[in-house]
Design a protein around this ligand. Sequence first.
Ligand code: ZN
Length: 277
Amino acid sequence: MLVPMKEILEKAREQKYGVIAPNVINEDTARACIEAAVELDAPLILDFGFVFHKDIVYLGRIIEYLANQVSVPIALNLDHGATFEQAVWAIRAGFTSIMVDRSTAPLEQNIRETKEIVKMAHAVNVSVEAELGHVGEGKMYGDSVKGLYTDVEEAQSFVTKTGIDCLAVAVGTAHGQYNGLPHLNFELLNELNQKLLIPLVLHGGSGTGDANLVKAIKCGITKINIATDLFTAAIDEGNQLGESYMIYHRLQKGFKDRLIYYMKLAGQAGKAGKASN
Ligand SMILES: [Zn+2]
């Protein structure tokens, strides 16, 4: 059942588990994710972005249809929404959450533009994720990451001024693959969690390492975005010998098995029930 992302994340924050947000790119990946959620009786967040498919309304309709066939709560989030127009299209396509990524813009502009989208989205019960600090690319990973960390005081004022539902924080992860394991600033994460009191989002979950992910959840992360590791697992499975016409099934299986692994790690299995459960 398609639900606002806020519902899933607030319950996760309260009960201290994480919810994996895989990037879906088409019907196959969406089906793999929804099957995984049903098998684990778990809530799930699907991240979908314009970068993967230009026809967001078409994909939105498919995912809405698939999600409403099952009883587990599923949220559909626009990943890294870049413009006001994209946010409007996502709402029209049935998304239940929008990420407003203005993390490279000056703070005042980030606040102004995020607030504008919050006003529109909340009017129709759509949740909003924003980003403060900046989560960069794994291949550029190095000391420069520290200069992009989320600032606690800035974040407090940002959350109050914009009214967002959850915040993507920069605490040492990056998008894509790393060389080795990243260093996460758990002290900063703890402080953000204690002072902001809203669900926090970790972008760049792939390659972060199981122990780091579990600790990040303990320190207040509730949504973990994962893409690269799932697609790598799909390719590995697809490379296994077999009938060529089974290729899409194998890709789907690789993607789904790896997702199930991460969902179990995050602790969301069996958490599909209402907030009181
Ligand atoms: Zn991201």
